[in-house]
Design a protein around this ligand. Sequence first.
Ligand SMILES: NC(=O)c1ccc[n+]([C@@H]2O[C@H](COP(=O)([O-])OP(=O)(O)OC[C@H]3O[C@@H](n4cnc5c(N)ncnc54)[C@H](OP(=O)(O)O)[C@@H]3O)[C@@H](O)[C@H]2O)c1
Length: 241
Amino acid sequence: MMPATSFTLVTGATKGIGRAITEKLLAQGENVVGIARRADPGFPAPLLLADLADHAARKQVLAQAMASYPVLRLVNNAGFNRMQPLGEITADAYDEVLNLNLGVTIDATQAVLPAMRAAGFGRIVNISSRSLLGRMGGSMYSAAKAGLVGLTRSWALELAAQGITVNCVAPGPVATEMFAHNNPPHLPRTQAMLAAIPMARMGTPEEIAGAVGYFLSAGASFTTGQTLFVCGGASISQSQY
Ligand SMILES: NC(=O)c1ccc[n+]([C@@H]2O[C@H](COP(=O)([O-])OP(=O)(O)OC[C@H]3O[C@@H](n4cnc5c(N)ncnc54)[C@H](OP(=O)(O)O)[C@@H]3O)[C@@H](O)[C@H]2O)c1
């Protein structure tokens, strides 16, 4: 049975894209609970603190979220990139990249699933990246983000008959802390990546939140298993960055 009120759980909610998603949903009068590692006194919704990369900590925080809030929507937003060209890829780095992008998404989705199944309703949005099409020097990130498309499509099939939709948003370059950390402006590869965007600019977190909001909305009730590129046209331009 559907609870009277419900919450959207946003992983990686305090900054960048997760913050914009949170603010958009709150502005629409919806309830949000976020997860991040560090406290943020200005965060406008309940915030649970945990390093989601840590298996025990994430199991605990996800259990806490589900015990405290009626979560029926989930945005798997927390992610991690480590640029390492082929030949220099380390086991530590691929463990980190695959764990945070795929492992956290799998565990968070499995944590919310019983409540969604009980309600006969659920909305899941996975945040991938345009890099799923290929990323020079970032093959682990590309593989992890492409993996999210596989999870999205497979879970959409498994859950379609239960009122639960699963969709994916694949952003192009967006001006956030993560982007600045991974793409220093002086590097030729950063300049080439930005030059390959047909709209000739980076996206804003709010522009990504717009697409996520659509998949979470009542208007998207017949849409599942889809990946929407929100990338200023970069996905139909060069695909190596
Ligand atoms: N920015 C882009 O250009 C771009 C493009 C394509 C896809 N994406 C994807 O969009 C998603 C969000 O990226 P963003 O650029 O918005 O990142 P961001 O601005 O760096 O924000 C990351 C958020 O996640 C939290 N976080 C990071 N690691 C965490 C962990 N281990 N456990 C719990 N929380 C964690 C951060 O808070 P704390 O630091 O306090 O934990 C913060 O709230 C990622 O999946 C990323 O791969 C981004």
